[in-house]
Design a binder for this molecule. Structure first.
Ligand code: FRU
Length: 719
């Protein structure tokens, strides 16, 4: 492997260098001012609400994960959220060492969220957290003040939180007087590469302070990302796809970097991504749930069928394990089961981060972004800047995408309006877009129309839904003459009703959606051919995969239907039939009755990736317990209730019968009952060595008309 190193650019602004001392407990004559390991503030004085009754033990309710502090306790002014204020003041102490070092994180506001050193009541030194915009990180990072000039004087430390908006809090820990001068942080550093290979591999340290990294080509910054740089040993490697810049000189420029950091020098060019030999074989890689090669994913975006392929775009942080740097990732499939990840198609730009949205095939070329022979695929997305606006991008091959020159196509209504979902409304021959808008503290869905995807007119609104709307028509019980509209959003709750091309008229209250956990922001595919006619949904499956170079995944594809019940038409979720292609060995058991004394019919089986189907008529008071690799699924016939690892969901019998399908992957379960009226997604990590399955009856019998176990193949390519 040939590694081409460019020149290391000299640090540009040594002037604004900060001093960094890594605080080491009690070593070399260090004097501890406070490590916040006590249960109360002790001799320190707190005012207001923000700091709480004493040191916090890590992350507080509603806060992103706080890390980078030492021990158990720290100062965290997020008590009661960002809205609270207060101060925390030390008793006077004498300055007896050259430096005061500390760990600091949270908001970046020298007046409102700061750590101050006071001498004679005057502020002589200040520090803040690194965050001044949405996103960012709760990690604390080391900083230090040079206080040599105040030697022998009495001083006080004051921690201030008078901010009430976003990032209106501060985190501090491990305040130490020390003479140890360690690494400096230089204000800016960079490295130039002559791009000869496909990828730059970038070392990442989870929880390290996020630094702003600019990618500069021909003197122009093409993208900026916030990255947790590994100064030494990385936790994992991200990659930046340099395909389109081959032969060019590219500079990566970091806003702040430790002088001793190996980050820039460890970056290497290669035609493969670091760790590719292990790709898709990682221990916590869901084997039939899509996840990104590297980094974080949340919402599915731009689900569309175009030129024979299903396209799955998704909220992607290519350079971090947690949320951040929102790009649109992209994968394609011919069956929605076997996915091939291509590169990201939308990167943050001057309008902001690339938030969620949808895709449509503009078959009549109404936008003029393609030709009648080559109808364009049009993506509509939110650019999350200030203002927050809606934009479009297009492609005529489903590979290369171009942002529209006339962006934005919808201006801000209120800050944070987002997640456009576009459909073609055939009866009125126009595009209809649903958009989430918070108006006067009310969560609303705004309905817009357009004839060309570039000019949009507000038509109406429906209240009561938050984020990621979706809107589609479905036949009731498969009868095309009885169609209803469904309005749903991120939580998967929904309303059924009518739509006249302008206004949605609900005929139900807001109804519960999925009945499990960790399923959010689902979206349905656009442009599935009429001859197929299915409405298929994929949701963000919140499967946390610690220790992996990727995080989160997608649900399996789910077919949605409206089914008549006593209460009216209700949504059902069922696994798409394409998943059958994963069956390897299948075993069907003979129909029969099980009672509490029966042995476990599944005792001889061992399976890692499983689909289990059971259809049974349960006796009145019976409890049927299925276990799959340590997960416990109980059907209580008296309560007509399903329990999945203790989480309860209503599951009515249908004509006296229950049908349960269980999918088990390395990171989660998806369980279907009551003909799809009950869908229970559940993040769950089975122990690798536990491959057992069982069925056991309690308080009665059950007559099984079907019992099948399918072992499943991995859906990933064998590389
Ligand atoms: C939902 C969401 C969307 C937003 C996106 C940002 O999970 O908050 O509303 O567009 O995530 O990643």
């Amino acid at each position: 492997m040939q590694i081409t190193f460019g020149t290391i650019l000299k640090p540009l602004a040594m002037l604004s260098a900060l001093l960094l001392a890594s605080p080491c407990r009690g070593a070399g004559g260090d004097l501890l001012i406070n490590d916040f390991e006590g249960d109360s503030w002790g001799s320190w004085t707190a005012t207001g609400e923000a700091f709480g009754p004493g040191p916090a033990h890590g992350t507080l309710t509603g806060q992103m994960v706080v890390d980078g502090f030492l021990g158990r306790g720290l100062v965290n002014s997020f008590h009661g959220g960002d809205g609270t204020t207060g101060t925390l003041t030390s008793p006077p102490f004498k300055i007896e060492r050259r430096f005061i070092s500390f760990l600091i994180g949270g908001g970046m506001d020298l007046k409102k969220t700061c750590l101050n050193l006071l001498i004679d009541g005057k502020v002589v030194r200040q520090a803040t957290g690194p965050n001044d915009r949405s996103g960012g990180s709760e990690a604390l990072g080391p900083e230090a003040w040079d206080v040599a000039e105040f030697s022998g004087q009495m001083a006080v430390i004051e921690i201030l939180d008078s901010a009430t908006g976003g990032w209106g809090h501060i985190n501090v820990d491990q305040i130490v007087q020390t003479d140890t001068k360690t690494a400096k942080v230089v204000a800016s550093a960079g490295r130039e590469f002559l791009i000869q290979k496909r990828y730059l591999n970038l070392p990442i340290k989870n929880g390290a302070p996020r630094r702003s990294v600019s990618t500069i080509i021909d003197g122009r910054t093409v993208v900026m990302n916030d990255i947790e740089l590994a100064n030494a040993e990385p936790d994992w490697w991200a990659f930046m796809d340099m395909g389109e810049w081959r032969g060019k000189k590219v500079t990566l420029q970091v806003d702040k970097l430790r002088e001793d950091s190996k980050w820039l020098s460890s970056i290497y060019e290669s035609d493969s991504i670091q760790g590719s030999e292990n790709l898709y074989k990682e221990p916590l890689r869901g084997q039939f749930h899509f996840s990104s090669k590297r980094g974080w994913n949340n919402d599915p975006n731009g689900l569309v069928f175009y030129k024979g392929e299903y396209h799955l775009h998704y909220q992607h942080n290519p350079y971090g394990w947690p949320w951040g740097n929102m790009h649109w990732g992209h994968a394609v499939s011919r069956d929605m089961v076997h996915w091939k990840e291509l590169g990201d198609v939308l990167a943050p730009d001057k309008f902001g981060l690339m938030f969620s949205g949808s895709a449509v095939v503009d078959a009549r070329n109404t936008s003029g972004l393609g030709t009648p022979q080559h109808p364009p695929l049009v993506l509509m997305y939110t650019a999350e800047g200030d203002p927050t606006v809606q934009c479009i991008a297009s492609s005529t091959d489903g590979r290369a995408f171009k942002k529209y020159n006339g962006n934005p196509v919808v201006r801000q209504i209120t800050r944070g309006n987002r997640d456009p979902k576009v459909i073609w409304h055939a009866p009125t021959k126009k595009w209809v877009m649903t958009l989430y808008v918070e108006k006067d503290k009310v969560h609303t869905i705004h309905f817009f129309s357009s004839t060309n995807l570039t000019q949009w007119t507000l038509m109406s609104r429906t209240d009561g839904f938050f984020e990621c709307p979706d809107f589609f028509e479905l036949p009731v019980d498969g009868d095309a003459t009885r169609k209803k509209w469904v309005l749903t959003a991120a939580s998967s709750e929904y309303m059924v009703g009518r739509f006249d091309g302008t206004t949605f008229t609900p005929e139900t209250a807001k109804l519960p959606g999925h009945r499990g956990q960790g399923f959010y922001a689902a979206q349905t595919f656009s442009d599935i051919p009429k001859s197929d006619g299915r409405r298929i949904q994929i949701g963000w499956f919140q499967t946390e995969t610690r220790g992996m170079p990727f995080n989160q995944s997608m649900s399996i594809p789910l077919e949605l239907r409206l089914l008549t019940t006593q209460e009216g038409p209700r949504l059902t979720w069922t696994p798409v039939r394409e998943l059958n292609s994963l069956h390897t060995t299948s075993k069907s058991f003979k129909p029969g009755t099980l009672d509490p004394e029966s042995g476990n019919p599944l005792s001889g089986m061992a399976a890692e990736l499983v689909e289990l189907q059971a259809e049974f008529e349960p006796g009145a008071a019976s409890e049927t317990t299925l276990t799959v690799r340590g997960a416990t699924i109980i059907y209580d016939a008296a309560k007509q209730e399903l329990s999945v690892n203790g989480h309860k969901a209503p599951a009515p019998l249908r004509q006296g019968r229950q049908r349960i399908t269980i999918f088990c992957d390395r990171t989660g379960l998806e369980i279907f009952a009551s003909d799809g009226l009950t869908y229970v997604p559940m993040p769950f990590i089975p122990k690798p060595e536990n491959l057992t399955l069982s069925i056991q009856m309690k308080h009665g019998t059950a007559t099984f008309t079907k019992l099948q176990v399918h072992k499943l193949a991995s859906a990933w390519p064998k590389n």
